[in-house]
Design a protein around this ligand. Sequence first.
Ligand SMILES: [Zn+2]
Length: 329
Amino acid sequence: MATTETYLQSQLEDRRKRLEAAIASPAANASLTALLVEVDAALDRMRDGSFGICEECHEPVEQERLLADPLVRFCIDHLSEPQRRALEQDLELASGVQRALLPPHNFSADGWQIHYCYEPAGPVSGDYCDVIPADGTGEASRDVFLALGDVSGKGVAASLMMTQLHGMFRSLVGSNLPLDQLVGRVNRLFCESTTAGQFATLVCGRASTSGAVELCSAGHLPVFLLQNGAVRSLGSTGMPLGMFCAGDYPVESIRLGTGDSLVFYTDGLTESLDGANNEYGFRHLAHFLKGRHSLEPESLTAACLEEINKFSNGAPQRDDRTILVLRRA
Ligand SMILES: [Zn+2]
């Protein structure tokens, strides 16, 4: 028997014991008995080999749904109308929670201007985008933290991990750690709390009032620096978060002068496809940015998205897209 099924069998047997104990108590109600019938039916399906097979289309039910609820009997395409409505409501709620975690779209202080666009492919997104003005006392207290990340996978599971990343980052930013240590700590926490195969790429920056910017990238796509009429790509310095608990995250220090910009983005943007399945690509984006040094963050993000939409020419958006521009005013 497959490991997963052995695990699910032990889960079902455990639920059975708990239900029996609950049914024996004076406060028991009929719903417990109905659940016990369902658990026994699932154990029967394990015995006759039909467990995990959709009763409508006879295709396997999604593994992650079985792990979350071993009583499911239908694949996601064959849910009943009330089940489908409940799922849609859960997604709407999750989407609202996620939108509420986003920072304000425009930020302007201490010589910095920031604007970002966040476009999930579905109701929820696996992209992480954050702008956090540091609070506290001292010179470092006026730094601004930026973070842009992309969690592996899609849908609800990825959005939950994005939420987790948001919480870790927000709680650690206040600790005034050097950037490399901050990312190292987020990596360890993330590593310990995710299962194998789940990881996230992340690039974060700390912009100080002097125009100095520190960048640290955990396996994320290159950031573009628009400076002196040229576009330079700044590559990643570390492994994605959650891949290895150990690992260094070297920091790259740059300085932005008036009118210089940094462009951060997720692969949903550069991996956009046209109707013939050609990928847009990050070189294409670098080329597009070249003639647009003078644009302010809001106009530049809008121009990039318009360019991608023109390239896609009506092909559906397959992945979550985020783009953030930091500019020295
Ligand atoms: Zn089905």
